[in-house]
Design a protein around this ligand. Structure first.
Ligand code: SF4
Length: 60
């Protein structure tokens, strides 16, 4: 089963320009109406997790 990125919103600072979001080559981390989320394009590569300064991303 493919894992996908999960963002812990309590740990995430929910910034539109976060480093994790910028490193996703699939553009799977979206920011809309002030909310950040991961969409179905996520392949679970883990790049975002490595770049998240707040350690708010897990692969589940
Ligand atoms: S795991 Fe990879 S594809 Fe999924 S949101 Fe993170 S960087 Fe993007």
């Amino acid at each position: 089963m493919i894992k996908r990125a999960y963002i812990d919103l309590e740990a995430c600072n929910q910034s539109e320009d976060c480093s994790a979001r910028q490193h996703c080559s699939k553009e799977a981390i979206k920011f809309e109406d002030g909310k950040i989320y991961v969409n179905q394009l996520c392949t679970g590569c883990g790049k975002c997790k490595r770049h998240c300064d707040n350690k708010a991303i897990r692969l589940i």
